[in-house]
Structures are given as C-alpha cells and as structure tokens.
Design a protein around this ligand. Structure first.
Ligand code: FAD
Length: 546
C-alpha cells in the first residue's frame, strides 16, 4: 500500500502513536504554578531563535516564554512520508535549537509528543498564551492551525515575506518581497525574558527509538545553525563559481549553496541568507542568480499559501487525472529504482534514494521523463521525491512538479532529453558511472544511449545491455511524440481555463490574475481545437518564475 500523504484530507494524527501525549497535564500545571504562566512559542519549521517573527512578538509582549516543539505522530512512521534521513536532520536541528536557547541563558526547548492541539491545550488550560510563526502549509497544517486559532486562541505571526489576506496577493508582489528582504532582522533581547522549560519524557533520541528511525542514506548534511552558517559563509566566498555549477549534477553538489534543508527547517531565515550574501559576497552574476533563487523560494511558497490544492490536484482542472489511465506500477517502480535504461535518470534516481539530494536540473529531468516519457500520474512521482528529499518542502516540491509536468496549461512546456543531459552535463560519465557502476567498463561515448553500443564493444568490455543494464523501458521518441499529441490535444482548452477567475487565482502566476488571463486570451480555445504545437520544445527560462 502506498504511504498516506501527510496533507491528505482524511489524516487523523496520533491514533496509533507509540508514545503517550507528553508532557502530561500535571507536569504542565505544576511548572506553571511554580513560576506563573507566560507565552508558549510553538516552533514548527522555524528552528532558530534569531529573526523569528513568533518569538520576537512573544518576547516583546511578555517576560516569560516557553519554547515548545511538538513531535506530531502524523510525521513519523508509515504515514509520515519523510525518509529517516530527513527525520534525523530535523532531530539535529532540534538539539541545536535547544542549545541556542541555553546559549542565551535560557532553560532550553520543551519537547512534547502527540496531537499538537492536545499538547497546546494543556498549556492554555494552565494559563499560557500560545504564539507561532505563520507558515504556508497544505490541508493538514491549515486545518491544524485553524483549529488551534479557533479552539485555543493561538496567534500566528506573519513575517516570512509572503502576502496574506490580500484579494490579489500577486499585485506588487515582487516589490513586497524586495522590501521585506531589505528590512532589518527581528531582534529580541534574551535578557528581557525568562526562557522556561517543562520537563518531558520525550526528546529526539527517544523519538528515534520509538519510531525506529535509522537512516541508511549517506552524504547527508548535519542539521542545525552551526553547519548552516558555515555552509552560507563558504558559499558566499565562492559565489562567482555558482552560475557554472548549477546544471551539472557533480559540480552542483559543492557549487550550489546546499542551503535548502536549512531553509526548509528554518535554521536560517531567507532574509538572513539574503543579508549575508548581499553584504559579504562579491557583486556579479553569481550573486544576482542566487538572489533570484531566494525569490523563487518565496514565489513557490506563495503559491501554496494561495491554494492548498497544489499538493493533490492539478492546478488546471483540464489536466486532472492526466496519465492516470496509463498507470503502470512496473514503470513507476523502474523509475524509482533507477532501472529505466536512461542512464542520467537512473543515476539521478539512485542518487536521490542514497543521498536525499539532487540539483535542480536533475530533479526537473527526472520529473519530466516520469510524466512526459513514461507518462505516469504526477502525484506518485511527486510523493516519492517528497519522501526522499532531505529538503523535501511541500510548497516547493509539489508546485515545481506541477510546473515541470505542465499542469498549469501555460505555453513553454519544457521536455528534457535524458540522453542530451548526459552529453551536456556529464560527458566523461563520472556521475553516471558513480551511481551505475555496472556501466563503468563502457566507453563514456556510449553512456548517453548504452543500448546503441555495438555488440562487439559490449562483448569486449563485458557489459551486456539487457542483462547487465536494461534496455530503455520505453521508446523515447515514440513516447515523447505520443505525449505531445495527447497533451497538445487539450492544451487550448486548458489555456482557456486560465481565464476563469478561480483558476487564475490558484495558478498564482508571478504576473497575477492578469498574466493568467492573457494566456487564456492568446492561446485559449474553450471549444477545444487541438494546439498542434502545444507541448513543443520551447525552452522558457525560469526568470518568469515558471
Ligand atoms: C521537481 C522539483 C522538486 C523540487 N523540490 C524541492 C523541495 O522539496 N525543496 C526545495 O527546497 N527545493 C526543491 N526544488 C528546487 C531546487 O531544485 C532546490 O531548491 C535546489 O536544488 C536546492 O539546492 P541548493 O540549496 O544548493 O540550491 P541553490 O541553487 O543554492 O538555491 C538557493 C535556494 O534557493 C531556493 N531555490 C533554488 N532553486 C529553486 C527553485 N527552482 N524553486 C524554488 N526555490 C528554489 C531554495 O530555497 C534553495 O535552497 C525542486 C525542484 C524541482 C524541479
């Protein structure tokens, strides 16, 4: 059975938790009676004490804060859709957050376990207020936060650069983010507040034991602010090399910032990263390209804030269920295992499973081949990425998947050719043979399409395509043309749907509702005339955020 998604509507967390809800009500009551109640700061994906909107707001209003992290059973075990390596990374970040509080003279972080609402209720009943930093989440997190607000009066403090409560969030959006990035960090004075803690029987080690967390991944970064700051400092010094390192899967591992897991868990704020690079990194193309990526981070996160359906429904209803009738578990399994017969895809998928990270280009390639060539349902692929990525971020992962697959219905769909990617990004076959050692003996000139290697060469080097390594699992050219035909056949109808106010809003394009409407006007045909060039090879850059 496939794992239940965290964001699914039906999820009921906590019903099979192997640990009791903790700390218990009595422990909370007696700690509160001893020193009086103040404000609980409920940490979620903001695992830092600096530049933290929720914490800064609490510290400004009270002289007693209690930082709390609740281990939610929904994120663990079979239903959690998080690989053990991501959980271990989270646990590193939590130990580090505990240290951050102790380093400024506080008692540390209180750990709890259970349905967050049940845990928070114990504090509210004992007289505490609760504050949290607002975040963009899917249906599960949204429902949890709505209930926390309504039932317990939890206050969510915005400050992440996203536009909330606006009728048209995309109007003036870039200016808004730019001025947010230029703002001063949210400081607070640790000497002005007592940082309290309630003893609890749970901590990261106990959670790992209880849920059997034991990662087999390798080369995974250590979580926490120290490693994050070190990575940021080193990257800023080498930023000039960034543009040349982005596309190759080998160069990117050291040449891009590697900050994504730290941003995902909030060890660093986006603003802090921006400030450091702005002040310390040399001006040039590397710096401006990197800063544009920080905008993309906010852009894709804004999309999820604008419409939670990104996680489970095609943004353009015309593409809902596309490829579902062709679902072939054998093709999906081959893609997940790195056994498709397309070396760049297979090397990337094995690398993802083993290390939990891939550069942007290879993520896009694997998503493209999965949806456009193997023609499989997008969400199964997106869930697999989400499970294995250490930086697995619901907002970015699922919106990127839908964009890469072409589910928005805008022109400029990009189809990646896995053989060209070998020739362009790995001409010596270093990446491919690192992850597919069975191809090591093959001369690198054959690594883009091993099935075309002359039999005499195969015999000579002892690699038999079809035995040592699979033939391509589908005929690339035929599958691609078939996809283009199927996709193109409904493209004009899909483009027309972008003219609907509701669809235009949920698409959350960088140009807002107007941009969606103009696609509908230029390319849409509600009566469904086939767009024979739709899904063509147009290579849009990402500078328009798609
Ligand atoms: C199908 C697919 C799924 C993805 N899933 C995720 C995910 O779950 N989590 C995630 O953080 N990124 C995701 N990305 C975006 C991107 O691949 C990663 O952010 C990047 O590879 C992380 O490495 P880095 O920190 O060294 O990146 P850098 O190039 O150093 O970029 C710095 C930061 O900018 C942001 N960023 C960079 N590229 C993008 C982008 N295209 N979209 C949005 N933000 C971006 C990230 O926060 C990143 O950490 C996905 C991309 C694709 C195509």
């Amino acid at each position: 059975m496939r794992r239940q998604a965290l964001h699914s509507q039906e999820m009921v967390p906590g019903d099979d938790a192997p640990l009791p809800t903790a700390p218990d009500a009595e422990a909370v009551r007696s700690a509160s009676a001893a020193g009086g109640a103040g404000t609980v700061v409920w940490h979620r994906d903001d695992l830092r004490i600096g530049d933290n909107p929720g914490l800064a707001a609490a510290a400004a209003e009270t002289d007693r804060v209690l930082p709390l992290f609740v281990f939610d059973p929904a994120f663990y075990g079979e239903r959690g859709m998080a690989c053990d390596a991501r959980i271990e990374f989270l646990h590193d970040c939590l130990r580090d957050l505990d240290r951050q509080y102790r380093d400024v003279g506080g008692a540390g972080l209180t750990y709890a376990h259970g349905d967050p609402l049940d845990v928070l209720e114990r504090f509210v009943d004992a007289g505490w207020d609760v504050v949290a930093t607002a975040t963009a989440s899917g249906r599960y997190g949204r429902r949890r936060d709505d209930r926390a607000r309504e039932r317990l009066g939890v206050r969510f403090v915005a400050g992440d650069g996203l536009v909330r409560d606006a009728d048209r969030p995309r109007e003036g959006w870039s200016d808004h983010v730019e001025s947010w990035l230029a703002a001063e960090p949210l400081d607070w004075d640790p000497r002005s507040v007592a940082i309290e803690r309630v003893g609890s029987p749970v901590d990261p080690d106990r959670m790992s034991d209880a849920y059997g967390v034991d990662s087999a991944k390798t080369d995974v970064p250590i979580g926490g602010r120290g490693p994050a700051r070190e990575r940021l400092r080193a990257f800023a010094e080498e930023i000039a090399a960034y543009p040349g390192s982005i596309s190759s899967p080998l160069d990117a591992r050291e040449g891009t910032s590697g900050l994504s897991p730290y941003l995902r868990f909030g060890c660093l704020s986006v603003g802090e990263v921006h400030r450091h690079v702005d002040e310390r990194a040399p001006d040039g193309r590397g710096k401006s390209m990197f800063v544009s990526r920080l905008f993309w981070n906010r852009h894709y996160t804004q999309k999820l804030l604008d419409w939670p359906g990104w996680l489970d429904r095609a943004v353009n209803p015309v593409y809902e269920g596309f490829n579902s009738d062709r679902h072939d578990p054998g093709l999906v399994a081959a893609w997940k295992e790195g056994e498709t017969g397309f070396p760049m895809v297979d090397a990337s998928m094995r690398c993802l499973r083993e290390t939990g990270w891939l550069n942007f280009r290879m993520r896009a390639l694997c998503a493209s081949v999965y949806f456009h060539v193997l023609q499989q349902p997008w969400r199964i692929g997106a869930d697999h990425f989400y499970e294995h990525l250490i930086d697995g971020d619901a907002a970015i992962n699922y919106t990127q998947w839908q964009s890469q697959c072409g589910l928005i219905g805008r022109p400029g769909l990009r189809l990646y050719d896995p053989r060209k990617q070998v020739r362009d990004q790995d001409p010596d076959g270093e990446f491919v043979t690192r992850w597919i050692p069975e191809l090591e003996p093959l001369p690198s000139v054959h690594l883009d399409a091993p099935e075309k290697t002359p039999l005499a060469v195969q015999c000579e080097v002892g690699v038999r395509i079809g035995e040592t390594y699979p033939y391509p699992i589908v005929d690339y050219e035929a599958a691609r043309s078939e996809f283009r035909e199927r996709y193109g056949a409904v493209f004009d109808v899909a483009a027309a749907r972008l003219g609907d106010e509701e669809i235009a809003r949920r698409a959350s394009l960088s140009g807002g509702v107007e941009a969606a409407r103009s696609i509908a006007a230029d390319r849409g045909d509600p009566d469904g005339a086939a767009g024979d060039d739709a899904g063509g090879t147009a290579q849009t850059g990402l500078d328009d955020f798609e």
